[in-house]
Design a protein around this ligand. Structure first.
Ligand code: NAI
Ligand code: MG
Length: 371
């Protein structure tokens, strides 16, 4: 039996192409693993009314980790229209499979490394090496929103004096969103960031929040962060407001190290940081829980490039590298990253986004050749 069982979910569009690239490299690394392909994405929504079939969830439960490509998703009305005729009018509604996976497996860490590999013409600046810990299960993405505003909810909100300003707005002219944060949720994401900083000898952890305005939720996060930070005296703890942080990340990105944030703020700063080091062709992520993890490039299915094999697979190769790290295969992870870095530095095999004309699988072959 192989040492690892790994779920491979290519998904839609270029998801299939970048996963094909990653498999070339993983196979060359000779990782002792069995790879089991699973179904996810638009095709399964249209045909079965479920983009994340139960058999795929079962597959994940029987594997050690998952490598995921990308999927297509569409607005509500379009999603309903594209269902096979037998499934229409049955009240099925599309739920993002990746969001569902995060909930089902309690993948509370969204880990987003953003490193400027030397020689990448898309680097905004040299020496950027940021690692973002985005909370993945609560915060502004917890999804509790109201429109129109139910009377009971309005009454409950009237407990807060600030709601008086809105007391006469008709129910169908007011929408309300909540940001739900728990002590446990705040504590564990901050702790994950500090543990990482300790393990990889990082200098600082920056909390990205807005506690001066979002006093209760931001306040809870700040208190928990300060409490956890005190347990790691060797690591500098920095507190920053999210708006200011967007400026600092453009001005002095090399000054920052590990960043930690609630779901929405983390989403925003991780896209900002990704663009500093080359954008979607380079941005990889790990959705990590205590018992399972799903690794992916952060881009989508890029319909306009589907079938052309022209997109950059580097994000997916780096996602595979993250998966190896998480499995504890540190040497293989380092070799894979080293090979990717070498190909970038040489600059001979570049996809269109880097100004070249190499194909997706050319990059994979070039990286494999360095192994
Ligand atoms: P996208 O990320 O698929 O592509 C946007 C553009 O970024 C592309 O047209 C291309 O110019 C560039 N790009 C993306 N990946 C690239 C790569 N590896 N190398 C070079 N250039 C790359 O976003 P878009 O077009 O907004 O969404 C397409 C579909 O993907 C939608 O259905 C959307 O819902 C879905 N999506 C899925 C995600 C996921 O699977 N996690 C994440 C984001 C979007
Ligand atoms: Mg995003």
């Amino acid at each position: 039996m192989a040492k690892y069982r790994l779920a491979i979910l290519p998904g839609d569009g270029i998801g299939k192409e970048v996963i094909e690239a990653a498999m070339i490299v993983l196979k060359r690394l000779n990782l002792d693993a069995e790879y089991i392909y699973g179904d996810i994405g638009w095709e399964f929504w249209c045909r079965e009314g479920n983009p994340l079939p139960d058999r795929t969830i079962k597959l994940l439960k029987e594997t050690d980790a998952c490598l995921f490509g990308a999927i297509t998703s569409k607005p509500k009305e379009d999603a309903a229209r594209e269902l096979t005729p037998e499934l229409q009018g049955k009240g099925l509604s599309y739920v993002s499979p990746i969001v569902k996976l995060r909930q089902l497996f309690d993948l509370y860490i969204n880990l987003r490394p953003c490193k400027a590999y030397p020689g990448n013409p898309l680097n905004y600046r040299d020496n950027i090496d940021l690692v973002i810990f985005r909370e993945n299960t609560e915060g502004s993405y917890a999804g509790v929103e109201f429109f129109p505003l139910p009377e009971e909810v309005r009454q409950a909100l009237m407990l807060h004096p600030k709601m008086r300003d809105f007391k006469d707005v008709p129910a169908d002219e007011i929408a309300v969103s909540t940001r739900i944060m728990t002590k446990k949720g705040c504590e564990r994401i901050v702790r994950a960031a500090f543990e990482y900083a300790r393990q990889y000898k990082r200098k600082s952890v920056t909390l990205v929040e807005k506690p001066n305005v979002l006093r209760e939720t931001g306040g809870l996060m700040l208190r928990e962060a300060r409490r956890v930070a005190a347990e790691y005296p060797e690591i500098r703890f920095i507190e920053a407001n999210v708006d200011a942080m967007c400026m600092w990340l453009i001005k002095n990105p090399q000054d920052y190290d590990v960043l930690v944030a609630e779901n929405l703020f983390g989403d925003i700063i991780s896209d900002l940081a990704a663009q500093l080091v080359g954008g979607l062709g380079f941005a990889c992520a790990g959705n990590i829980g205590d018992n399972y993890a799903v690794f992916e490039p952060t881009h989508g299915s890029a319909p306009k490039y589907t079938g052309l094999y022209k997109v950059n697979p580097t994000a997916t190769l780096l996602a595979a590298k993250m998966m190896l790290d998480w499995l504890g295969e540190k040497d293989l992870a380092a070799r894979l990253e080293g090979a990717v870095a070498e190909v970038i530095k040489e600059g001979k095999v570049r996809t269109y986004d880097m100004g070249g004309s190499a194909k997706t699988l050319d990059v994979a072959e070039a990286v494999a050749a360095k192994l």
